[in-house]
Design a protein around this ligand. Structure first.
Ligand code: AMP
Length: 546
C-alpha cells in the first residue's frame, strides 16, 4: 500500500470538477460541500486507482464511492457496471437509494439485490441493464452462479463496510464473487477498521491500493464528542436512567453487549417512562422491520440494540450513541460511535464505564487517540440544585397572573427589607409544608440512608419531603407537549388538592407521574375522571413502580 501525496484538496464539489448533472443532483440532495472522505477519494478514484478508505458510517462514505461512480467511472454510452457489496440488506438498500439520487440526472439505473426479496424482480431489473448493483454477498453470489448476473461487465467493485462483511462470515462468498469478476477492474474498499484480515483481502484482490487513513480529518470529520461516566458496575440501569435524565438527549442509539441486555434495558427505560424500543437478532424479521420503520419515522427516542442488530441501519438522525457498556473490542467502539451525527453535524457518544472496562478505555486512547471527557453522575448537591429548580418552577407555575398594584408595592417593600431572606425562607417552608432548613435535612437523611442497612427504612418516611405519598400514573406526557405546571393546576382545580399536597410531577415521554397523599389517591383518581388536557382524556391510576 502506498500513501497518496499530501496536497490541498478541493473544498467544493465544483472544484472537484464534477459534471453539471451530478452537481445538480447534489444540489437537489442538499449536499453543499464534500466531506473529507469524498474530497480525498474522488481524485484517486477517477484516476483509476484501487483505494482503501478507512471510514465509518456517517462520514459520507457512500458518496465517496457513489459520486466518482456516477460522475465519471460509469459512462452513459458504455456497458460497464459497478458492483457494491455491503454486509446487510439495509445498507445495500440505502446505498442503492443514495446512488440512484446521485445519478438522477444521468442515465444510470441502480438495483438492490439482497436475500429475502423476490429473485424475479431483481432478475428483471438486471436484464433491463442496471449499471450499479448494490447487494449482499450471499444473494449476489446466487445470481452469479445461476447466470442471472453477468460478471464480465462488472468493472468496478466496491466493498462497503468490508470489516463487517468479514466479521459476519462473508469471507468465503466475497472470495467466490471476486474470483468471478474480470481481472481488469477497479476496487474501492471501505472499512472502519483496517486490520490484518482486510490487508489480506487487499493483497490478494487489489492492485497497488492507495490508502486513505482514518486520521486527522477523517476522525474529526464528524466532530463527535466523546464522554464517559465512570460507574461502579452495580445498578447500571439506574445509572443509565440518571445519565439520560442529566444529559436529556434528543434521541439515541443505546448499545448493549448482549441480546438479553437490550430487552432488560429497554424494559427498564419504558417503565421509567421513556420512549424506548429494543432490537436484536432474536426479534422476528417482521417486528424488526416495524421497529426500523418507526426509527426511520423518528418515532422512537431510544433504540436499544446489539452491535449486530444495529448494523447497516441508518440512524444518522439520532443525536447520541450511548454505550451501556464498553464493547469488548475497541474497534467496535469506533463503529458504534460512528453511527451518530450526519456528515457535518456533531454527534455525541456517551459511555458508561465500569471497573472491568478500564482496559478498553485505555486502548481507545492509545490506539485511536480518542480521549473521552470524563463526566460524573450528578452528586447529591447537584440533584438538590435540580430539586430547587423544580420547586421554583412549581411556584412560578402556581401563580401565573401578574400581581396587582397593591401586592406589588408590598413585594417591593418586602424585598428591600433587611430580613427578606429569613422571611422568604419561612414562607417557602410553609408553602412546601416544611420547617426552615428541611431541604438540607432531606439531603442529609438521604446520605445517611445510603449507608444504612438496606432493610432499615426507619428514616425514610419521617425525613422525606412528603410523608405517606403515593405515585399516580397519568396517561399523557412530553409527547403531548404536557407541562408539569398545567397538570398541577388541573389537579388543584379538579380535586381540591392544595399546592403543598401535590408532590413532584415528572413528565416523561408518554406519561407522567405525580405524587399525591396516599389517603387521597383514590379520590384524586375519581375526581380526575373525564378531565381533558391537550385534547386527550386523562386516565389516572396508581403507578406500579413510582
Ligand atoms: P454515510 O457515511 O454514507 O452513511 O453518510 C451519512 C449521511 O450523510 C447520509 O445521510 C448522507 O446522505 C449524508 N451526506 C453524505 N455526504 C454529505 C455531504 N457532502 N453533505 C451533506 N450530507 C452528506
Amino acid at each position: 500500500m502506498t500513501e497518496p501525496p499530501e496536497e490541498e484538496g478541493a473544498q467544493t464539489f465544483e472544484e472537484l470538477g464534477l459534471s453539471k448533472e451530478v452537481l445538480t443532483a447534489l444540489k437537489d440532495m442538499g449536499w453543499e460541500t464534500p466531506t473529507p472522505v469524498q474530497r480525498d477519494s474522488y481524485p484517486l478514484a477517477i484516476a483509476g486507482h484501487d483505494i482503501i478508505v478507512q471510514s465509518r458510517t456517517g462520514t459520507g462514505k457512500t458518496g465517496a464511492f457513489g459520486i466518482p461512480l456516477v460522475d465519471k467511472l460509469i459512462t452513459e454510452e458504455g456497458d460497464e457496471q459497478a458492483l457494491v457489496l455491503a454486509p446487510t440488506r439495509e445498507l445495500a438498500l440505502q446505498s442503492a437509494a443514495e446512488i440512484e439520487k446521485l445519478g438522477a440526472h444521468r442515465n444510470i439505473d441502480t438495483v438492490a439485490v439482497y436475500g429475502g426479496a423476490s429473485m424475479d424482480r431483481q432478475v428483471r431489473a438486471l436484464e433491463k441493464g442496471a449499471r450499479v448493483i448494490s447487494g449482499t454477498p450471499g444473494r449476489v453470489l446466487d445470481h452469479l452462479k445461476r447466470g442471472t448476473m453477468d460478471a464480465s461487465k462488472l468493472r468496478f467493485l466496491v466493498l462497503d463496510e468490508a470489516d463487517e462483511m468479514l466479521s459476519m462470515g462473508f469471507a468465503k462468498e466475497l472470495h467466490a464473487i471476486i474470483e468471478r469478476l474480470p481481472k481488469k477492474r477497479q476496487t474501492l474498499l471501505f472499512s472502519a477498521t483496517v486490520d490484518r484480515a482486510i490487508k489480506r483481502v487487499a493483497e490478494k484482490h487489489m492492485h497497488d491500493p492507495q490508502f486513505l487513513g482514518l486520521s486527522g480529518d477523517h476522525v474529526g470529520a464528524l466532530g463527535i464528542e466523546h464522554f464517559v461516566y465512570m460507574v461502579s458496575g452495580v445498578g447500571r440501569v439506574a445509572n443509565l436512567i440518571t445519565v439520560l435524565e442529566t444529559e436529556d438527549p434528543e434521541s439515541a442509539l443505546i448499545f448493549c453487549n448482549t441480546k438479553a441486555e437490550t430487552e432488560e434495558v429497554s424494559a427498564a427505560l419504558q417503565r421509567a417512562g421513556f420512549n424506548a424500543e429494543w432490537l436484536n437478532g432474536d426479534r422476528p424479521q417482521k417486528e424488526r422491520e416495524e421497529v426500523l420503520d418507526r426509527v426511520r419515522r423518528e418515532e422512537i427516542r431510544f433504540l436499544v440494540a446489539t452491535d449486530v442488530a444495529a448494523r447497516g441501519i441508518d440512524v444518522s438522525h439520532l443525536t447520541h450513541v450511548i454505550n451501556f457498556s464498553l464493547p469488548e473490542n475497541v474497534e467496535q467502539y469506533v463503529h458504534r460511535t460512528g453511527r451518530t451525527g450526519r456528515a457535518g453535524r456533531t454527534g455525541t457518544a456517551i459511555t458508561l464505564v465500569g471497573p472491568t472496562e478500564l482496559g478498553i478505555l485505555y486502548y481507545l486512547r492509545l490506539q485511536y487517540r480518542i480521549f473521552p471527557v470524563e463526566r460524573t453522575l450528578p452528586s447529591e448537591g447537584e440533584q438538590r440544585t435540580r430539586q430547587e429548580a423544580d420547586r421554583i418552577a412549581m411556584i412560578d407555575a402556581a401563580y401565573p397572573k401578574p400581581p396587582g398594584e397593591r401586592d406589588l408595592a408590598l413585594v417591593r417593600r418586602f424585598l428591600t427589607h433587611a430580613n427578606a431572606e429569613r422571611m422568604l425562607a419561612g414562607l417557602l417552608g410553609a408553602f412546601f409544608g416544611e420547617e426552615t432548613g428541611d431541604v438540607d435535612k432531606v439531603a442529609a437523611a438521604k446520605r445517611r440512608r445510603g449507608k444504612q442497612h438496606p432493610d432499615d427504612h426507619s428514616q425514610v418516611d419521617s425525613d422525606d419531603e412528603e410523608p405517606e405519598t403515593t405515585t399516580l400514573y397519568v396517561n399523557i406526557g412530553r409527547q403531548d407537549e404536557l407541562k408539569a405546571s398545567e397538570l398541577g393546576r388541573l389537579l388543584r382545580d379538579r380535586t381540591g388538592l392544595k399546592r403543598k399536597e401535590i408532590g413532584r410531577i415528572r413528565v416523561r415521554d408518554k406519561h407522567s407521574l405525580v405524587d399525591v397523599p396516599e389517603d387521597r389517591a383514590q379520590e384524586v383518581i375519581e375526581s380526575m375522571a373525564g378531565a381533558v388536557l391537550r385534547d386527550r382524556e386523562l386516565e389516572l391510576e396508581l403507578a406500579e413502580n413510582g
